[in-house]
Design a protein around this ligand. Sequence first.
Ligand SMILES: *Cc1c(COP(=O)(O)O)cnc(C)c1O
Length: 368
Amino acid sequence: MIGEVLDPEHAAIAFEPSSKPVPVEERARLLADPGFGRVFTDHMAMIEYEDGRWSDARITARHPFTMDPASPVLHYAQEIFEGMKAYRRPNGGAALFRPEANARRFAKSAIRMAMPPLPEEMFLESVRGLVRADRDWIPDSKEGSLYLRPFMIANGSFLGMRPSTEFIYAVIASSVGSYFKSGSPVISLWVTRDYVRAAPGGTGEAKCGGNYAGSLIAQAEAVREGCDQVVFLDAVERRWVEELGGMNIFFVFDDGSLRTPPLDGTILHGVTRDSLIRLARDMGLEVREELYSIDQWRADAQSGRLTEAFACGTAAVVTPIGRVKGRDGEFSIGGESSGPVTQRLRTALVDIQRGTAPDPYGWTEPID
Ligand SMILES: *Cc1c(COP(=O)(O)O)cnc(C)c1O
């Protein structure tokens, strides 16, 4: 079996099937209620970088890494990742959603973190290969999908302060249900004043682990304040709403228009954000990419000019925001329920991703 090629057209990927795949009944039990990010599949994709070149890609049994304690990722966090999903199609097949956008963003994140950009075609082939190998792990449920986590870490053995010359790229996959425990709830946000996520010139635009490490304390503060998620303001004026720890944000007004913070260097370029802007505009809704201050947000929510707000990302899809709490008090949005614009956009997006509606944009890629 070793060296078996997954698909004659994709001969670059060797497939070494797991010798101990999870038994079918056990997999069925795991897929019945997978939660988020705790059920993993049988395989992983791997590519190494050394001596200035990438190795061939291979799909192997999922396995632990062995690394030297002086491996630079462990000390200096030279690390990037992606998050994307494979969806079950009505015909039983599988499809990816805009995987080229993830490939491009991964290459950009690599450059920002002084890592070699993985050729986009290698990224795509590794993801496709893993979905083919583990397609039986895609849940059939309405909210379920196969969450794919491509990532790259600096490897080696040195403590010097320089970019590494050795890297490990891998893709793991996790069968997931909905991101939030209660399906698709209306979430509350905590506006942190003590912490910022990203500063101009920093790494806010790169999908790197360090951004998350730095935001965990603010997320913990949010939970302590009884909120679901933290929302960050800009680092300079501490005034403009930027995004959540791992989701972009949209505001909806009583004239039907939308607003979302512009991509000015500190905000992650969300694929979901980009897709929703396109969908909204094609529905005839005006979308402005403009700064929005926390004070204006509160005033607009209180006056009723702001009718809805939602967070978005691959993991949590589109999630309505019902309540916002900060040091100077609290305000609610609309009826603290999922508003009509939020719902319409969510449905339009999910229907394309899952293949229950036509895809006029060419966003979905069937995996056969
Ligand atoms: C991944 C991520 C998002 C969402 O991006 P998608 O491509 O829509 O999944 C938003 N903000 C941050 C900070 C992220 O890391």
